[in-house]
Design a binder for this molecule. Structure first.
Ligand SMILES: Cc1ncc(COP(=O)(O)O)c(C=O)c1O
Length: 362
């Protein structure tokens, strides 16, 4: 079984790779755009082999593939950023490699070694350089690595073969408007079970989030619209866990403490751990990972959603039942949130010094 059409493998053309794509960079949202080449490797007979770049963006896989029936798949999301000098930065790809290894282990899939993961990302960015948005536009090249179980199978068991692939898409802001506050609404649904797969980046969690996400976007309370859902902890429904596909953080009213939830069913956000570090070491804040009760939001003067796609999205307010709690403002960004944003984005685009190992040049 082969996942690509014959003759689809290509060596990247270094001249073509650099000719800028015909894209209105300032209008980029978060939508699929087909880029030139993607990386594809197979796991057969106990090892990964055949990592190549291919022009074919369609996978041809067995009808019994475990990825199709039993959700045996996981993925990652990271970005490549154009610096002012034209060079390209990957932000903490080792952390994505480590998280994907944890996701693979949770779903009984073979891990992709860190070196192979990072090299695949580098190759994909280099081969699609013309799609990396210019510095100053705010856009970035989003990389989507994934592992899927494939091959002939019918029973609930781990797949006989696997595919590891990385493709890329140029993107702008995930939530429209960049650094502008959005409102969110709590959900009755859970995205993950208490000891389930919430901490792994696996498709099933996202399939489960589609209905609550759609309901939140369709909901209206007193004329307010909501960008996405706030998930509460699946055991007691009293503590904040996630903001759609992003982690939650808040700043206490005195502006001195950065607080973020800790739970085994939260996806450990690389952006969140980066902010924890920056809040402590660059902004001089106290930092805390712990319980954030939905009934205690009054102690916070600012709040945000953070993630690779969401970057930092300030949270204007949260609707919970009949209550609507406003943090800083529904229209303005709070001062600590802005400083965190400037620090994080400055590092990603090469404008501020990065802590050791955070930036990997392509
Ligand atoms: C459920 C969920 N939480 C949080 C995040 C943010 O994680 P990261 O900062 O690593 O992108 C993501 C995105 O990957 C996500 O899908």
């Amino acid at each position: 079984m082969d996942a690509t059409h014959p003759d689809a493998s290509l060596a990247p053309d270094p001249v073509q790779a650099r000719q800028q794509a015909d894209i209105d960079w300032n209008e980029l949202g978060f939508s699929y755009i087909r880029t030139d080449l993607r990386y594809l490797a197979h796991w057969r007979g106990g090892e990964w082999s055949g990592g190549t770049l291919t022009a074919d963006n369609v996978l041809h896989i067995a009808e019994g593939s475990t990825a199709l029936h039993y959700g045996q798949q996981c993925f990652e999301g990271l970005k490549a950023y154009r610096s002012a000098d034209g060079s390209i930065n990957l932000f903490r790809p080792d952390q994505n490699a480590a998280r994907m290894a944890r996701s693979c282990a949770r779903l009984l899939m073979p891990e992709v070694p860190e070196e192979m993961f990072v090299e695949a990302c580098r190759q994909v960015v280099a081969a699609n350089e013309r799609f990396v948005p210019p510095h100053g536009t705010g856009g970035a090249l989003y990389l989507r690595p994934f592992v899927i179980g494939v091959g002939d199978n019918i029973g609930v068991r781990t797949a006989p073969e696997f595919i590891f692939s990385v493709f890329c898409v140029p993107v702008g802001p995930y939530f429209k408007g960049g650094l502008t506050p959005h409102n969110f609404v709590t959900s009755q649904y859970d995205r993950a079970a208490p000891n389930g797969t919430g901490a792994a980046k696996v498709g099933g969690n996202y399939a489960a989030s589609l209905l609550p996400g759609a309901q939140a976007k369709a909901a209206q309370e007193s004329g307010r619209h909501f960008a996405d859902v706030i998930y509460l902890d699946p055991t007691t429904h009293t503590k904040i866990e996630e903001v759609g596909a992003a982690n939650f953080f808040a700043i206490t009213r005195d502006g001195r403490r950065f607080v973020t939830p800790k739970s085994p069913s939260i996806l450990e956000s690389i952006t969140k751990y980066s902010l924890l570090h920056l809040a402590e070491h660059r902004l001089g804040l106290e930092v805390e990972e712990g319980d954030v009760y939905i009934g205690d939001l009054g102690q916070f003067g600012e709040a945000g959603a953070c993630g690779t796609a969401a970057v930092i999205t300030p949270i204007g307010g949260i609707q919970h039942g009949d209550d609507f709690h406003v943090f800083y403002s529904e229209t303005e960004v709070g001062p600590v949130t802005r400083r965190l944003y400037d620090e994080l984005v400055g590092i990603q685009f090469g404008e501020r010094p990065a802590p050791d190992g955070w930036i990997v040049k392509v």
